[in-house]
Design a protein around this ligand. Sequence first.
Ligand code: LLP
Length: 422
Amino acid sequence: MEDFEYRDGELFCEEVPLREIAEGVGTPCYVYSSSSLTRQFRAFNEAFRELPHLICFAMKANENLAVLKLFANLGGGVDIVSGGELFRALQAGIPPERIVFAGVGKSTEEIIMALKQGILMFNVESPEELDEINHVAKSFGRKAPVALRVNPDVDPKTHPYISTGLRKSKFGMDISLALEEYRRAAGMEFVEVLGVHSHIGSQITSVGPFADAVDKVLALVGRLHEVGVSIRYLNLGGGLGIAYQSETLPGPAELAETLVPRLRQMNLTLLLEPGRHLVGNAGILLSKVLYRKETPVKRFIVADAAMNDLLRPSLYEAYHEVRPLSAMSPQPALQRADLVGPICESGDFLALDRDLPDLKPGDLFAMMSAGAYGFSMSSNYNARPRVPEVLVKGGKHFVVRKRETYHDLIRGEEIPPFLANG
Ligand code: LLP
């Protein structure tokens, strides 16, 4: 996380002391580094320069319009999974021909919207969905571009909640049945078969599973050519992990070393859908300590950020490094504690049984590596307004999403007349 570093004992994002942002914008808030985002995108894009390709950022990882626009300006597209994500992508100025649409439950309305906009293709996840797309496209009198999402049955060796390419998973179509489904798709009047899609999971920490998946998918592409179904796009999804601690993991260059030789002679355009890798280490969640509390068996540090702001620790027991904004010197002895939020759930924690510095009320700290699946998974639970997002560029910072107000919390709600005069 080169763009988040201590200078003279103070944690900076690029040229901006994070304390300045905490004081100006308030806590909790998310902070993203535009230089990190740019570097991550360029590294991915550069790694695959030998092949015709498009990087479709998986915007579920971070759907802020400014982040989307930054990637669009660098030539990126997006992987979307809902009508809402399509709307956001278009608002951010992503050209429709750089948008791919996955997800096991696309509604008729979402299919219509995407067809009208002219997206690059649907990643189709079931035979019934394929029928529906064909049916909807017929009413428009135009062909719907599709890839079938196949499930290659590869173990990505990651958290079970984020494994998607196993045979038992709800995603995609079993690869052994795919040939038949491709034959059927090729015979449909309002479907144009363009590609094959596969996404095996997230936070994958070695390239082996990608190699296994691509080999299985390429075997399918070969069979498809033999039966006269020609494929132009190969979409290998996302999933490349990031370091949450100081572990060394393969990056896009190693991924490319694995994939490019296998694809060089294939005459295919490669699509990739990295999410976490582009944004995870480019963002943090800033928070403030409210109280300390000791029971006979445990120490707690109570922060103003909670599981509604950053769900990953509660949902996956995910590790996010905790860094005080002021590096304490001399380094204080670490004490084992739970860092918890104000939410009324025992599962509300940011760090569990962790050796933490002695943070005092009023101290500011950063939850590191929170740029992916941080704000995008946040909620209003316990009627907590969602926090602002800030984008740093050099010595400047920009609020790219305001803090929600209490009025935002009740927008759209109504008390019906029969209750009004009670
Ligand atoms: N493509 C598809 C079809 C996906 O379902 C996903 C993620 C991606 C691409 C991007 O994967 P990535 O490059 O970010 O690993 N909330 C979880 C992660 C869920 C991932 C869901 N799908 C977390 O916080 O770890």
